[in-house]
Write a protein that binds this ligand. Structure first.
Ligand SMILES: C[S@@+](CC[C@H](N)C(=O)[O-])C[C@H]1O[C@@H](n2cnc3c(N)ncnc32)[C@H](O)[C@@H]1O
Length: 236
């Protein structure tokens, strides 16, 4: 399945991700793409129909949590194993990462994950309002050059969309080890009228909550002497 980063009659989406694949997948990963992905891949109905994300799961799920840019899927898999009663939707256009998550799904016999191997924004605009209970954006690409800032995932428009989809009181979690991006994320989100930053002390953003495993990018940041910051916001 391949869908262009455009959204109906609206203006084309600015590409926010880098490579879609690197050369050569190991056989175990290729096998997982061929044999696991088809059963967890999200297939949307006709363009005119809005989708309730809960309907994407065979089993009945209490809530839906959504991860944008899951990388190799370590965090998503950890959360899905920990919360079998919750439905997890992960979006990631980098096919090597998708294949890693598919391997994890098979090895752990997980049935509460659905994957959108494309740009998250295309899926988000198809969802009905107030249908997500939690949203994760962990270590989004920093796009450090000023001329590339427009590629950063967090923009006023994407925050508007997250606000539309999250239920009142729902949590939006973000993390980054990139100093300039951290300021950007805070600035854009704190000044958005739909979100409230939940930090009450520096400990709240210097240390992840207990249920928040560090991802590959987070570990890389720690090793390189760039400890990540962790932001939790509430949809007002
Ligand atoms: C720096 S990596 C972090 C991966 C992972 N969250 C982690 O912490 O290890 C950022 C990821 O976001 C993905 N990404 C960027 N733009 C995206 C979009 N519009 N929709 C979904 N994923 C996106 C990229 O492909 C990339 O894998």
């Amino acid at each position: 399945m391949s869908q262009k980063p455009t959204s109906g009659a609206k203006k084309p989406l600015i590409r926010s991700y880098g490579r879609r694949r690197t050369k050569g997948l190991r056989p175990i990963r290729t096998n997982a793409i061929n044999n696991v992905l088809p059963s967890v891949n999200i297939v949307l109905p006709d363009d005119s129909v809005s989708v309730d994300p809960q309907s994407l799961f065979d089993l009945s799920v209490k809530n839906v949590w959504f991860e944008i840019g899951f990388g190799n899927g370590e965090h998503l898999l950890h959360q899905a194993i920990r919360h079998p009663e919750i439905g997890f939707i992960g979006c990631e256009p980098f096919i090597n990462g998708v294949s890693a998550l598919c391997v994890g799904i098979r090895e752990n016999n997980v049935s509460n994950i659905r994957i959108w191997p494309e740009d998250a924004r295309i899926l988000m605009e198809r969802f009905k309002p107030q249908t997500l209970d939690r949203l994760f954006l962990l270590h989004p690409d920093p796009w450090p050059k000023s001329r590339h800032h427009k590629r950063r995932f967090v923009q006023t428009e994407t925050l508007d969309e997250m606000a539309r989809l999250l239920k009142p009181g729902a949590e939006l979690r973000m993390a980054t080890d990139h100093r300039d991006l951290a300021i950007w994320l805070l600035d854009k989100t704190c000044f958005h009228s739909a979100f409230k930053w939940l930090a009450t002390s520096a400990d709240d953003w210097r240390h992840p909550p207990d249920d928040w495993p560090e991802t590959r990018y987070g570990q890389k940041g720690v090793k390189a002497g760039r400890p990540p910051v962790y932001f939790s916001f509430q949809r007002i």
